[in-house]
Design a protein around this ligand. Structure first.
Ligand code: 13P
Length: 253
């Protein structure tokens, strides 16, 4: 059974104290998580240890870094390696978010290097893909996203690929309040799964969790997560409000 995941991406928001309060509020709730449900807190680097400590004994709760270096170690001032994350017992790392691709010029090749390092050190990459508005308007989104997978994931073995989580985040839906319709999300997720099935196997494609991201809220999570190929969400703005994200966790199918 595929994992169903509610992942928070706090991005560059909240002070340490606000992050602590939000984590405590979320962990105080009751969720009745199923065996295949996971909750992931994607928090800023300085808060990783704090959130990892609070979630350590909570079944089904994990922590993600929002980025990692594409270098293993060495003289790269200001960078954070996956080995450092692994030594903090961080289980997930978000790789290739559109904000990193766009504002920090992260190339497909660089993302492939990050994916390799994450897998080498036992972290699960949450690999992000998604098209900008102009590509959607030209109806080229399927090809665009397919190339993103090809360039950063297709060098992996089937065994490696099975360890990856994919997040489809159409850029036009991020932080805009304009979510993809559940139908649009389903169509793209089914497309991504068929691309993976063609390159690897149906069995491998069936095992990969594909999250939707882009203006997920408590009010639309049940409908979006209810689609057959949507395995939860990667949530920005709504993950900063305890009651909202708690409801999103409860929306996992
Ligand atoms: P919003 O939920 O704020 O649209 O952000 C989505 C996102 O980028 C999650 O990674």
């Amino acid at each position: 059974m595929r994992k169903q995941i509610a992942a928070a991406n706090w991005k560059m928001n909240l002070t340490y104290q606000q992050g602590e309060t939000l984590t405590d509020e979320l962990l105080d709730n009751e969720y009745s998580l199923k065996e295949n449900h996971e909750v992931v807190f994607g928090v800023p680097f300085p808060y990783l240890g704090m959130v990892a400590g609070k979630t350590a004994n909570k079944k089904g709760f994990y922590v993600a870094a929002q980025n990692c270096s594409n270098k293993k170690s060495g003289a790269y001032t200001g960078e954070t390696s996956v080995e450092m994350l692994s030594s903090l017992h961080i289980q997930y790392v978000i790789i290739g978010h559109s904000e990193r691709r766009e504002y920090f010029n992260e190339s497909d090749q660089m993302l492939a290097e990050k994916v390799n390092l994450a897998l080498d050190f036992g972290l699960t990459p949450i690999f992000c893909c998604g098209e900008p508005l102009a590509i959607r308007e030209a109806e080229n989104q399927n090809e665009f996203v397919e190339v993103q997978l090809q360039e950063s994931l297709f060098h992996l073995s089937a065994e490696q690929l099975k360890k990856i989580v994919i997040a489809y985040e159409p850029i036009w839906a991020i932080g805009t309040g304009k979510t993809a319709s559940s139908q649009q999300a389903q169509e793209m997720h089914a497309h991504l799964r068929s691309v993976l099935a063609a390159k690897f196997t149906n069995e491998v494609a069936d095992e990969i969790s594909i999250l939707y991201g882009g203006s997920v809220k408590a009010a639309n999570a049940v409908e979006i997560f209810g689609m057959p190929d949507v395995d939860g969400g990667l949530v920005g703005g709504a993950s900063l409000v305890a009651a909202e994200f708690a409801a999103i966790i409860r929306a996992l199918k």
